[in-house]
Every structure is written in structure tokens, then in C-alpha cells.
Design a protein around this ligand. Structure first.
Ligand SMILES: O=C(O)CCC(=O)C(=O)O
Length: 332
């Protein structure tokens, strides 16, 4: 029986996106390697609009606790030059919110995210955005798999790493380990020793990284990454920013648990701070949440934190319970 006939739960009205932009070869490349580089997904005027909005966010032009408005004497260079990354900027910026639903981008995600599931209908939802400035001299991030931080239940986590500057080896573009997604194995993590190269996040270990690929891409292009694919980025050794927006999507039919389960949730733990972007949302009856407080700044290297990770966690109220989470960083 057709699944739609079987299902008596309400689903949302479908959102149409063009699901024919990637060739079969490109989808197969993603399935085989766990990543795909696509140039010119965004037009140059769209890249300019995104960068203008990123500057607005950095200047604190949107009401947002961690990013207080900067006084006029602070130059744009200074505003951007102090910022490694901002998490969930779409919660404050209506411009970014629209770009998460960009039809061309989402059309590609709806060909890739669940391509390993034969019966998948292309429905996707977005649940995370990150804006990286990565000014000259700032560190990259050591080896990791995004599924460690944002687990999907069906391996459909798909990161769209959107370059808004040319991302090159010297300014710290992404580096990926092709095929590392295949067994959906999560490698263990530990603190790293290379504080000059990488920020405070732990590094995955236990694998041969000699097949690493440097994923250079021009402004307007996108690196699509499966959530299990090992990747990292190095320090920005150029005199240019390396701005990018990373947007995380998954199959709309999967639950996306966030951290540990709340009491009583069993296996139904799920974030509802989501934006349906293609096809149907089969969990629309659960409603939607908007966690504005989730906007936070990623700190630059802080060796003290690595030595005493326990000090860096705090109990915060979340979804009717209390969770232990990393402390948030705010602009001083
Ligand atoms: O853009 C970077 O430097 C790292 C981004 C990354 O690895 C991620 O978003 O998972």
C-alpha cells in the first residue's frame, strides 16, 4: 500500500521545489563520497545581499542579546574582524530566514539529503544556520562529523556550506575525507593540541586522513556535506575574510533529537525549532517553536576551556525541563 494512503496523521501542504538541478552523476558522487561541490548556486547579487546582511548582524542591527548594537565609530572591518561565527542568525534576520528556503538551494538538498533512501519523497526541513566570518588569523575547526552535534535518525543530515567569499586553501576552506560517511560510524573525539590551527572544539580521531580533499569553492558556490562525513578547516592564513553560511537540513520524515532526551520523551525527542522547506512536514501537528535565545557567538580559541570543560557547562531551562548545555558566549 502507498505510504500516503496508510498514514492517517495530518501532513502539511507540500512546498514545491525544483528537484531536477543535479544530475544522476552528481547525486551518485554525493552518495559515494559524502560531499558534493556545486558552483554558482547563488547569483553574485544574492551573495552581495547575504554579505550585507551578515554585516548588519555583526553590527548588532537586529535586536539580539549576544550581538549588542555597535557604536558608529566602530568600523565595518572592526565589527567583522572580531567575529568567528554566529549560530542561528536566521532567528533574528528575516533576510537569512528567506535564504534558508532558497528554491535552487533547497531543490538540491531535496535531491541529496535522503538519496540513500529509495522511497524518499524529497521532503526536507531546516533546523540550523551558522554564519562564519573567519577573519585573517582566526582558527579553523578540527576533524568532526556534524551528526555528533545534530543527530538525525536516518543519516539524512545534510549541511549546505555556502561560500560568500571565495574559499581557498590559504583562507581556510573546508577539507573533507571522502567516503568517511559510509558506515555511519561516529569516531570518538578528544581535545586537540593544535591551538594555533583549530578552535576549541574537540577533534575526532582513529582514522587515516591521508585521503583528505581540499574543498575550494567560489563565492556563490556550495559544498554539500553528509552529516557523517569527516571534515575540518584550517586557519585563515590570508589577509581576506572567509565568510560562509552553513545551513543544516534533514529529511522531514525523521525526528531530529537535540542532545540528550528529556524525561518521558522516549524515542520521540525532536526539535520543533524547524522550518519546512520542501515537500511535506509529517510532524506539523506537533507545532513549531522558535528559540530566539539560541543565537550565540562561537568563541575564538580558549585553551583554559579545554582544560576544564566541566566549568563551561551550565543548567538551562529547555522545553519544560532542565538541560546541561555549553555556556553561551556574549559580546562583552
Ligand atoms: O567553516 C568552517 O571553518 C567549519 C565549518 C564546519 O566544519 C561545520 O559547520 O561543521
Amino acid at each position: 500500500m502507498d505510504f500516503y494512503q496508510l498514514n492517517r496523521m495530518p501532513v502539511s501542504d507540500p512546498i514545491e521545489v525544483p528537484r531536477d538541478q543535479l544530475s544522476r552523476e552528481q547525486v551518485d558522487f554525493y552518495l559515494e563520497n559524502g560531499y558534493l561541490i556545486v558552483e554558482q548556486v547563488f547569483k553574485q547579487e544574492e551573495v552581495a545581499e547575504l554579505n550585507a546582511d551578515l554585516l548588519k548582524i555583526a553590527r548588532g542591527a537586529y535586536p539580539c542579546k549576544p550581538l549588542k548594537p555597535l557604536p558608529p565609530h566602530i568600523t565595518d572591518e572592526e565589527a567583522l574582524g572580531n567575529l568567528l561565527s554566529v549560530n542561528q542568525p536566521h532567528h533574528v534576520s528575516p533576510v537569512l530566514l528567506e535564504y534558508l528556503k532558497h528554491k535552487r538551494l533547497v531543490g538540491m538538498v531535496s535531491q541529496l539529503a535522503g538519496a540513500h533512501i529509495p522511497e524518499w519523497d524529497g521532503s526536507t526541513k531546516c533546523f540550523q544556520s551558522m554564519f562564519f566570518v573567519k577573519p585573517p588569523g582566526f582558527q579553523g575547526q578540527a576533524w568532526h562529523q556534524d551528526e555528533v552535534y545534530v543527530p538525525s535518525r536516518d543519516g539524512t543530515l545534510c549541511g549546505a556550506w555556502v561560500a560568500t567569499d571565495d574559499a581557498t586553501e590559504d583562507n581556510g576552506c573546508l577539507r573533507v575525507l571522502p567516503g568517511s560517511h559510509k558506515m555511519r560510524f561516529l569516531w570518538p573525539q578528544r581535545p586537540h593540541e593544535n591551538h594555533d590551527e583549530f578552535d576549541m572544539a574537540e577533534s575526532s580521531y582513529g582514522f587515516d586522513d591521508s585521503g583528505e580533499v581540499v574543498a575550494e569553492v567560489h563565492a556563490g558556490g556550495v559544498v554539500f556535506l553528509n552529516g557523517y562525513t569527516l571534515h575540518r578547516s584550517s586557519k585563515n592564513r590570508s589577509d581576506r575574510y572567509r565568510r560562509s553560511i552553513v545551513i543544516h537540513y534533514a529529511n522531514a520524515w525523521t525526528l531530529v533529537p537535540k542532545g540528550e532526551h528529556q524525561e518521558g520523551e522516549k524515542g520521540f525527542a525532536d526539535r520543533r525549532d524547524v522550518i519546512p522547506v520542501s515537500g511535506v512536514d509529517p510532524y506539523c501537528w506537533r507545532g513549531y517553536a522558535k528559540e530566539v535565545e539560541e543565537v550565540w557567538l562561537r568563541p575564538v580559541e580558549n585553551p583554559e576551556w579545554i582544560k576544564k570543560p566541566a566549568d563551561d557547562y551550565e543548567k538551562v531551562p529547555r522545553g519544560g525541563g532542565v538541560k546541561t548545555e555549553r555556556k553561551r558566549w556574549f559580546r562583552r
